[in-house]
Ligand binder design. Structure first.
Ligand code: NI
Length: 183
């Protein structure tokens, strides 16, 4: 098993709609194993395939009952309201209070091709809705109200998330800020 690098906001792969999975085969099982390892290493409670650069409708999760995977998931019912401080491994270090349905009914397939049907509540329901968003190319920032989103995008820019720090050319060192100040 090998852990992937998790794609960070700004990466176009996170904005694309993932494709339906037509074959559940050994390759897909290995992908799931690697995604689970990546999720634990992060650490996180859920990870969608686009977050590791794979455009397939698949996610893994573990809210304390062991790792599970769902293929071609679909939320067929949702109900209630629940406020939760939500984060995303693709927007590392940040989180916002988001209101979403409290209960969801999700259906899909497991890795043997059998039908899965789960009625989830609170944390698990939140995890499902968040990962479903990833499969549709939607990021957490789009679930914020206008003002909060503007502030969030500014914070993300200021933190330069998704951009590597500018490297000084070899053999050159950048002057310290204080040396640029006039006495
Ligand atoms: Ni996420």
């Amino acid at each position: 098993m090998a852990a992937y690098d998790i794609r960070v906001i700004g990466d176009p792969v996170l904005r694309q709609e993932a494709k339906l999975i037509t074959d559940i085969d050994g390759k897909l099982v290995r992908l799931v194993e690697d995604m689970v390892e990546t999720m634990y290493a992060a650490p996180g409670i859920g990870l969608a395939a686009p977050q590791v650069g794979v455009q397939k409708r698949l996610f893994v999760w573990d809210i304390g009952m062991g790792p599970l995977a769902i293929v071609n998931p679909e939320i067929i019912e949702s109900d209630g309201e629940w406020t939760f401080e939500e984060g995303c491994l693709s927007i590392p270090g940040l989180s916002w209070e988001v209101v979403r349905p409290k209960l969801v009914h999700i259906v899909g397939r497991d890795l043997d091709g059998n039908e899965i049907s789960i009625e989830a509540d609170e944390l698990e329901a939140r995890c499902f809705q968040h990962e479903m968003d990833h499969l549709d190319g939607t990021l957490l920032t789009e679930r914020l109200d206008d003002d909060t989103r503007k502030a969030a995008l500014k914070t993300i820019r200021d933190l330069r998330l998704g951009q590597s720090a500018p490297a000084a050319p070899a053999g050159l060192s950048l002057p310290e800020k204080k040396e640029l100040r006039l006495p």
